[in-house]
Ligand binder design. Sequence first.
Ligand SMILES: C[S@@+](CC[C@H](N)C(=O)[O-])C[C@H]1O[C@@H](n2cnc3c(N)ncnc32)[C@H](O)[C@@H]1O
Length: 494
Amino acid sequence: MNFYRDATWVLEFLEKEDAKGKISGSMQSIVLKSCKIYKVQSNPKHIYAVMASCWKYKPYLETIMKKSGILNNIPKKNGKPRFERLTILLLCHDLLFSKSKRIQMGKHPLKEYVLKYKTSLRSEMVKLQVKMKLKSWGDLISSQDDANDITPVRWFRINPIRTPLSKGVEGILEELEKKFPTRVDHWSKIEQGTIYHDEFIPNLFGVHTKDKITSHELYKQGKIIIQDRASCFPAHVLNPGKDDIVIDSCAAPGNKTTHTAAYILGGPSKDQKIQIHAFEKDPERAKVLQKMVRTAGCARTIEVNVGDFTKIATPEKFKNVTGFIVDPSCSGSGIFGRKFIDTLNKKKEGEDVDEDDESESIPVEQDEEFSKKDDLKTRLSKLASFQFQVVKHAMTFPKARKLVYSTCSIHAEENERVVIDLLLDETIKKAGWRVANREKVIPTWPRRGWVDEFKEVFRDDEEKCKEIAGGCIRALPKEDGGIGFFAVCFERDI
Ligand SMILES: C[S@@+](CC[C@H](N)C(=O)[O-])C[C@H]1O[C@@H](n2cnc3c(N)ncnc32)[C@H](O)[C@@H]1O
């Protein structure tokens, strides 16, 4: 039991550091630091081994535990739960994901309690594996070792707005060919010096993470922009044309905003016509957004508004808006790579960052307002309610016909369940919104929404569930070549 007690302290420490966005350095040093702070008696090497595995499986374990109901009936002593959530999580980890699949503990009421849920935990684990279309859990996790805690591919897109008038995108491709003469036909085959032309997003490329992009002139001139593949899905699915007016409701740092501009403008433009209204609540992040808009050459097209989208963007003021990108704060459970997060934290704090760091300005602000003290269930429920409100507000704009909602979360609560709540909302139903079908949402992308989530609500209509889930896109962290992601497109006829 002593080992689990020590490991609980360390895991608690990791959670706190993570909530503050302050996990820096390797997992090893954090574990050692907390072992010292708590003067743990167990061997730090053993603690580290369990932590390293447990931390990687944690988002999945939390889903499995929640579904099994193990946290709902914890026996109480003097009105307080007798066992801690994180200790239970550690035991569940050992039972489900350790090599021995056994809880390393003698007879103890906690062990007995967890073992009572063994069957249900194992069955939820299998269900999740099926849902995630994983051949084995090992496949998902094996590539996630700490030494390799970075994206498997460096994705970047050509920014058509900054392409030379004479040659257009072709001019950039010629330049790229000089640096990357060899083309590979799948991202998993990328080696240093080779390039993969993505089959889903036009003008998106994958290269090896060791091939420096940020020192290249194309990058410095804003002609290419580093952006994860899945993060490119929303603008591609929205696919706005030259006459569209788009709102990006939660815009900083601006990857999707500038990508949307690339679709609207298609190439260099001298027009002084605002076609994208970008909203960002956080003034500091709005500065980063402004900078990105300028670098990408879209300052004449994108207007940055600093403030809460649900309050300052009124349907009366923006009556001509036809499309929406809604990518609100989320739990960020699809994001890996602490280095990304550290980089952004440093940027936020105004510290110097590694010149060589090639992280995309990814949306790692996450759910600061929600994360500090809540447990996962509460946090997800608060996030989902906020995400629902943002999308619902966007759906009140009179001329809006198309809206893409996305998160970098793996949790159904922030994804399929938000879709369900929106579909069940009477006002939204009356306004005519529906989920666009697979044909319109990158149909060849194989990983789609989780059907079971829809079945829980629309039980009697299996076809409908399959259709809605088919309209949703999911990407698994690493397994699909980048961050974990969810996207869905709503549309209506007006
Ligand atoms: C996930 S990030 C967006 C990432 C961005 N779409 C991109 O691709 O670069 C969410 C952003 O929404 C902002 N935000 C959260 N609530 C907001 C609100 N009510 N109104 C406007 N912005 C909001 C956050 O500060 C954060 O910068």
